[in-house]
Design a protein around this ligand. Structure first.
Ligand code: ADP
Ligand code: ASP
Ligand code: MG
Length: 402
């Protein structure tokens, strides 16, 4: 088979771990597979580089950030290739550019536009194991770009699609997708299989085990995706198209997102077009708005408008909102919130799932500040200090520990 492996930061977090990855690659090679291996930077490396930049500037140029951040993945790609060569295997390390990955020019959050698979395919045809530095590409202008945090998952899926790989295996420190983060609830159970849509919701709602854009692309390109551990030989989880027996399961997982902040706008003029103006301006500034709540206007013709944004975008959101001071009486911010969500394709065909979630919060004396739902998920904003308690309680309510 032609297989893509991706090894995350913890899996390549030191020289001994790179050695471990080399052994796993050699094992797959001995089984007769052609391989493209995508690697992350060593764990902590990308954060360290961000810290270096922040030493000099609170708003470093994004183009320079890409130049800086892409270096972490180059180190591990080169080292893994050297480790394999030292054991007598023919390997070649490639940067994003050498691997033919072309992106748009949205620096630090670039989208892959196309991949020319020729360099990788040629190397494979020559019998080489191809090692690609994840998380990066090149813009049409020839500048280095990066794909957003966790972006090596996206590199792996996109490469798997471009070279027509039989499957793409994402290796981390957990041996698959669990009903919730096993660090929060040790009773979490590993799933054998989960649908792309459920995985996409889990990833988008805060489960960082897979980057959400990588799941979206895997679905689009129909890439057979596995989540596995680089520290064991356990089965892992298959992420695949929804099947009928998946719908029999009411809830597949619960997820906690600690990185949200709530914005409340008080005394917003109740006139047509105001929400459009505010949210258009937020979108133009690349601020990702999530839950939105607007109350009915009171007799004085004013209303309150609440929404959530990622904590990292709160400062930007504040500067945008300040431009509307003629239409808004005041604004509050709360960073001490979190979002807990329940995900499952079975919700489409079952009622009462939401009522159970609210009852669980009530039983635990947790106040729900905001609610939003879609066909396969329910999300609630609550005080941050109850986040883990809520996750464990919901996990039990839906029988996920059984
Ligand atoms: P890598 O550095 O290899 O990319 P990540 O740290 O991004 O790995 O992802 C693995 C982590 O994701 C696990 O250590 C686990 O704590 C966390 N995680 C969160 N939610 C889940 C879940 N539902 N199933 C498995 N792991 C989860
Ligand atoms: N090194 C990058 C990050 O920490 C990309 C990745 O690991 O996928 O976000
Ligand atoms: Mg990751």
């Amino acid at each position: 088979m032609l297989i893509v492996h991706k090894y995350g930061g913890t899996s390549v977090g030191g020289l001994d771990r790179i050695e471990n990855v080399a052994s796993r690659v050699i094992k797959a090679r001995k089984e007769g597979h052609d391989l493209v291996i995508v690697v992350s930077a060593m764990s902590g490396e990308t954060n360290k580089l961000v810290g270096y930049a922040e030493h000099f500037s609170s708003k470093p140029a994004k183009k320079e950030m890409d130049m800086l951040l892409s270096s972490g993945e180059r180190v591990t790609a080169a080292l893994l290739s050297i480790a394999l060569q030292a054991q007598g295997y023919d390997a070649v390390a490639m940067t994003g550019r050498q691997a033919g990955i072309v992106t748009d020019d949205v620096h630090t959050y670039a989208r892959i536009e196309e991949i020319d698979p020729t360099p990788m395919k040629n190397a494979i045809a020559e019998g080489k194991i191809v090692i690609v530095a994840g998380f990066q590409g090149i813009t049409k202008e020839g500048n280095v770009s990066t794909l957003g945090r966790g972006g090596s998952d996206l590199s792996a899926v996109a490469i798997a699609g471009a070279i027509g790989a039989d499957q793409c295996e994402i290796y981390s420190d957990v041996d698959g997708i669990y009903t919730t983060d096993p660090r929060i609830e040790p009773k979490a159970k590993k799933l054998d299989v989960i649908s792309y849509d459920e995985m996409l919701e889990l990833a988008s709602l805060g489960a960082k085990v897979l980057q959400n854009r990588s799941v979206e692309l895997a679905k689009k390109l129909n890439v057979k995706l596995y989540a596995k551990s680089s520290f064991s030989d356990n089965e892992g989880t298959l992420i695949a198209e929804e099947s009928e027996n998946m719908e029999a399961v009411l809830v597949s997982g619960v997820v906690l997102d600690r990185n949200q902040a709530r914005v409340t706008l008080r005394g917003v003029s109740d006139k047509p077009g105001i929400a459009a103006e505010i949210f258009t301006m937020l979108a133009d500034n690349n601020i990702n708005v999530d839950m939105i709540i607007q109350n009915m206007a009171a007799a004085d013709g004013e209303t309150n408008l609440g929404f959530t944004v990622p904590q990292s975008e709160l400062e930007n959101a504040k500067s945008v909102i300040e431009k509307f001071d003629h239409d808004i009486k005041g604004m509050d911010f709360d960073e001490n919130i979190c979002k807990v969500s329940i995900v499952g394709v079975g919700m489409k065909s079952h009622s009462g799932v939401a009522a159970k979630a609210f009852a669980t919060m009530a039983d635990n004396n947790i106040n729900i500040q905001m609610i939003s739902t879609s066909e396969i998920k329910i999300s609630m904003v609550i005080n941050e200090k109850y986040g883990e308690l809520a996750i464990r309680a919901l996990h039990e309510t839906y029988g996920l520990d059984k």
